[in-house]
Write a protein that binds this ligand. Sequence first.
Ligand SMILES: [Zn+2]
Length: 244
Amino acid sequence: MLIFACLQCVPIGPPGGGPDPYHTYVRQSIRSVQPTMQAGAVQLAGVVSDGGSSGGTSLSSMLRQVNLTVDMVRKGTYGRKSARSMRPRYITIHSTQNYTAGAERHSVALKRGALRTGQRPGYLIWHFTVEDRMAIQHMPTSEQGIHADFDGPGNRSSIGIEMCEHRGNNRSSTTERTAKLTAVLMKKNGISLRNVVPHYHWPRKGKTPANKNCPHFLLDGGRPGAKWRVFLSRVNYYYRRIDS
Ligand SMILES: [Zn+2]
């Protein structure tokens, strides 16, 4: 089996065909946060207030809502061969641009070493893959992944989350589940909202363009804009709901 993750330059599958449910979702969400935005609460670098009350959900309850399965790549193999330790300071959001494989197929591919980088050490790996109904963890968050920028700070200091895009997968549900998982990871690791970044944030040395259009459906014209701010507002919403 050969499947591609978002680090690859050329995605497989139909480019951008079909309706995009997230666009509808974004319009609704923008409307719902509009009063807050008008009140000046939305600032640079994703410091977003949802204007709602905080608290109400335990960390474990939020994690249950994520519906996370742990299915680790075996330590010492493929992407976990070097098993370099990491203290996560960022969370990097990707989308797979793979229109045929969901979370389970990505998990199997990672465990079999089917996803190659074309560079040393040769295998892609990231921490979580999320689809509309569940999420899978592939490696501990205390280990560096290979998903963002080769030997750059994105790989050295960030937890990598891939959102699935296979046919039949609901994009809005996937994005919401990702927002919940991100909120849990922020809480667990003491990561602030300004350190929740799109893959775009990390320039890739030697690549043109250096800043990848990823996750493409949360960017505007290939850059973080209104859609990304809406995503951050959803992350912040769930983060604030978690009891400290
Ligand atoms: Zn990416």
